[in-house]
Design a protein. Structure first.
Length: 150
């Protein structure tokens, strides 16, 4: 399996959420921000947003993981990003998943080609990994969000 080692992204599990996350409201402007031509902004804040409520549907099955590596950069997931992974979500073709391959975490897109399941990197330098009986593997969770610094 050493020939596959460069394709893996290392993930550091930061732990599950508490079953009752503490509410932490942050101000939310009532207008959206224009990404094209500038527009006048309102001078008031309409409501608040709790990122736990906005990003986490199943607190007891949600984990944060830190990404190490570049094999998913084509999917917008960079080295150092923080992933939100939900272990209760259904594994479906096209989803970005966390898998355990030969005892190590990896992050890839789950795809099905002609009845065969594969894990595909979002980087041309890394080949797809077929999920067959010759490989010790399990699907661990589905990535629902990534958080990264600009």
């Amino acid at each position: 399996m050493d020939d596959l080692a460069p394709a893996w992204i290392q993930l550091e599990v930061l732990g599950p959420l508490r079953s009752e996350p503490r509410r932490c409201l942050r101000p939310l402007a009532s207008d959206s921000v224009a990404a094209g031509f500038p527009s006048p902004a309102d001078d008031y804040i309409e409501t608040g947003i709790d990122l736990n409520e906005a990003l986490i549907r199943h607190p007891s099955s949600t984990f944060f993981l830190r990404v190490s590596g570049d094999s998913m950069r084509g999917a917008g997931i960079q080295h150092g990003d923080l992933l939100i992974v939900d272990r209760s979500l259904e594994f479906r073709s096209g989803k970005i998943v966390v898998a355990v391959i030969e005892g190590a975490f990896t992050l890839k897109r789950l795809v099905q080609h002609q009845g065969q399941w594969h894990l595909e990197a979002a980087h041309p330098a890394y080949p797809a990994t077929p999920l067959n009986d010759d490989l010790d593997h399990c699907l661990w969770g589905v990535a629902s969000h990534t958080i990264h610094a600009l």
